[in-house]
Ligand binder design. Structure first.
Ligand code: DGJ
Length: 736
């Protein structure tokens, strides 16, 4: 065992961020990492393996730990490594549980035994190098604590041998929880039009797999987890261990409870159909797996993630700009976009206070339906005979900026691009090419395809004054073939496709620093901390029905920040479930995220315009608090434990400096004339005084203009909401 010099010099290296640090005890090979209110401690055990010692509330740096030891064999069926909380278990030595790493060697050996080699510490990162006991395979384990209370972990697998090895399974990290039989797992499931459904279930011995095998993040499962203690943790109190994976390709998170009631969580590349050859000298880096801990319940777990995403992940980190109010053409005009029609909508949108005009699908190639045109990224001359310039100029003259829809990774077989390059579509030679929405995937792993996609996007943005791209992606993978490379490399498509996607986004942003991008995938099919390094916002769902949206948005905020959450007001009856909800309720739902308008404004009455103008003006006052403040889910639209029965829900946001707050209250459906439950505020300074400005004074009768924080939280606010789909909002400003 050896250590590099800097490590021995410094017992504690505090990062530039005051609230994260890496503390090392040189006598014991134990590292104590602090991130916000969390500590994470690991060490080298008596078998030279890395072992988790602690993951929980923040410890004082002076805390000491005994040298970790591998646990004894529990039975001949359960070897010591099965019970021991290993940091990064390689498959070998009879490990019966999910490995972080599995490798096959040319000679048929498929066993690994990773042992500590050395460690390097900088102010921000701990890198521990391990090596297989026999083969020259090195695995570097990276740890980056962030002051917001999140630890990032990932690995680099390096082949220093003379023969090619094949990585068959590569996790980013294994996280070990304290032994307990009483855990419950929350995850986010769904489907198109119904993403972000929060599921909570008791953990029991066995494995619980959250995954996507679809080539991208997926609507069906999001790479986020939260584990809490059953009967103890609530929205506002109790322990939560939570995490999310930063990868936009096929991924897997396994939550496994072992024979010894130990829970371990391993996540990274999905091992299904995975094989990544490493020639001598080559290495493979895994995605970043982020995790945190709180003693203050699910609400605080979400707030930690929201603050972390804004400060450390998003392209405009550490201080993302508030998202503009947008108009989007999709639900208003679908594929029937043209110069006169879009200018007419832009003129109406501008009167409402809209700040960005976005033309959605239909502006390019022969794109009159979803049967043709994807791949042909020239402006359709029938719809826009003078190019995009007249529309963009008019949009600018109206005081807005301009955005446009693209779906760069796809091709319709009915397109000039496909006719010219059928080999660019992902396929298995000689086998049928499965279409979805009449389209195929371009194989972005190919360098020529990557270059083509970057070039046309760069040209589009260089030749037109475009502030924003809505980057769509409307199907999953089917035949993931790549026969242009030798057979052993063909499965690298799972990694190289996503790497090239990220590099296109990165290069575009570098060349066009003002450009903002939305990640959309037929709604919320590609939302994760990988794509969010390159995109400013996401489209959580194609479902724009305001009642469904309350549930979708509630689930979304468990994992992602409200400023990312685009929310449009659209026409009724809603296209999906034919529900008709009043315009002010639709606005108040959309105003709890980043507001957009997707209505056909040509059909609006003067009253609709008046309502919308009032709402947009109010939204602009509360926008920084909603988008960049701390969210408190006062009562959930779906949680029967909150005693709401889905009749009501309420949200509150508090600015990070505590100076402003906003409360939203929603009555979905009134039964038996029940009064709206008193709304008890959270997160205020009990000693401070707040000025209250209700959006609708008649819905907050008797509300004092000024109230003390302790009273607002203790006594609460009573609202006069009545009937079905009634809602309101109240703005708070601290006066002293
Ligand atoms: C799916 C997106 O989620 C919609 O908002 C819209 O952009 C359509 N694609 C356009 O085809």
């Amino acid at each position: 065992m050896r250590h590099t010099a800097p490590l021995l010099l410094a017992a504690t290296l505090a990062s530039a961020h005051a609230q994260s640090s890496i503390h090392f005890d040189p006598t014991q090979h134990v590292w104590n990492l602090s991130a916000g209110a969390m500590s994470y401690v690991l060490g080298v055990n008596d078998h030279q393996a890395l072992q988790t010692i602690y993951w929980g509330a923040r410890l004082h740096p002076s805390a000491t730990f005994p040298q970790p030891r591998q646990l004894p064999e529990a039975a001949s069926f359960d070897p010591g490594i099965a019970s021991t909380p290993l940091e990064y278990p390689g498959w070998g030595g009879g490990l019966p549980y999910e490995p972080a790493l599995k490798i096959s060697f040319l000679d048929g050996n498929r066993s690994l035994q990773l042992e500590f080699v050395d460690a390097k510490v900088t102010a921000d990162e701990l890198e521990i190098t391990t090596k297989d006991a026999l083969a020259p395979v090195f695995v570097h384990l990276h740890y980056h604590p962030y002051p917001e209370g999140v630890l990032a972990r990932w690995s680099t697998i390096e082949n220093r041998g003379k023969d090619t090895i094949t990585v068959e399974q590569a996790g980013s990290a294994t996280w070990n929880l304290p032994a307990n039989r009483n855990y419950e797992l929350s995850s986010l499931t769904g489907r198109w039009g119904a993403e972000w459904q929060l599921e909570t279930e008791a953990l029991h011995p066995g494995i619980n797999v959250l995954e996507s095998r679809r080539g991208s993040t997926s609507h069906q499962s999001n790479p986020w987890f939260a584990i809490a203690t059953r009967g103890e943790t609530t929205e506002t109190s109790g322990p939560v261990w939570f995490g999310e994976l930063g990868w936009s390709g096929s991924w897997r998170i396994s939550v496994e409870q072992t024979h010894a009631d130990r829970v371990r969580i391993t996540g990274g590349y999905n091992p299904f159909d995975f094989a990544y050859p490493l020639a001598p000298g080559q290495s493979l880096e895994t995605p970043k797996f982020y995790a945190g801990y709180t003693t203050s319940g699910h609400g605080e777990a979400s707030r930690i993630l929201h603050r972390f995403q804004r400060a450390e992940i998003l392209p405009q980190r550490p201080s993302p700009k508030p998202r503009p109010v947008i108009f989007n053409s999709w639900e208003a005009t679908e594929f029937n976009v043209d110069e006169a029609g879009q200018i007419a909508l832009a003129e109406k949108a501008a009167t409402l206070g809209v700040e960005r005009m976005v033309i959605d699908d239909g502006w390019f190639g022969q794109r009159n339906t979803d049967h043709a045109g994807l791949g042909d990224w020239y402006v359709n001359p029938q719809k826009f005979p003078h190019g995009l310039k007249p529309v963009i100029d008019r949009v600018h003259a109206l005081g807005m900026d301009f955005g446009i829809w693209v779906e760069p990774e796809m091709v319709n077989p009915d397109s000039d691009l496909y006719r010219k390059h059928p080999d660019w579509a992902m396929n298995f030679p000689g086998r049928p090419r499965t279409e979805a929405r009449n389209q195929l995937l371009l194989n972005l792993a190919r360098p020529d395809v990557r270059q083509y996609v970057f070039n046309w996007l760069d040209k589009l943005v260089s030749e037109n004054d475009i502030a924003f791209l809505k980057w769509d992606y409307n199907r999953n993978w089917s035949e993931p073939g790549w026969d242009a490379v030798p057979l052993p490399q063909q499965k690298e498509i799972y990694v190289k496709y996503v790497d090239n996607l990220y590099s296109i986004l990165a290069d575009l942003r570098k060349k066009h620093p003002q450009l903002e991008i939305e990640s959309c995938s037929g709604g919320g099919g590609r939302v994760d901390l990988g794509i969010l390094r390159y995109t400013d916002e996401v489209w959580p769902s194609d479902n724009t029905d305001a009642l469904d949206r309350l549930v979708i948005q509630d689930g979304f905020t468990h994992a992602y920040s409200p400023n990312l959450m685009m929310a449009w007001v659209t026409d009724v009856p809603n296209f999906l479930d034919r529900r008709s909800i009043p315009l002010d309720f639709r606005f108040l739902v959309a105003m709890s995220g980043s507001l957009g308008i997707g209505n056909n404004l040509n059909k609006w009455t003067p009253e609709d315009f008046a309502t919308a103008t009032r709402m947009v003006a109010f939204y602009k006052q509360i926008r920084p608090t909603v988008q960049l403040g701390d969210l408190h889910r006062l009562s959930s639209p779906r949680n029967p434990k909150d005693n709401t029965d889905s009749e009501t829900s309420a949200l509150q946001y508090v600015s990070t400096d505590g100076a402003t707050s906003v409360v939203f209250a929603y009555l979905h459906s009134q039964h038996f004339g029940r009064p709206f439950p008193t709304v008890h505020l959270q997160g205020l300074d009990p000693a401070a005084t707040y000025r209250l400005t209700p959006l609708d004074p008649d819905k907050a009768p008797g509300l004092a203009t000024e109230r003390n924080g302790s009273q607002l939280m203790g006594q609460g606010i009573d609202l006069a909401l009545r009937g079905d789909y009634d809602a309101t909002a109240i703005r708070l400003e601290r006066t002293r």
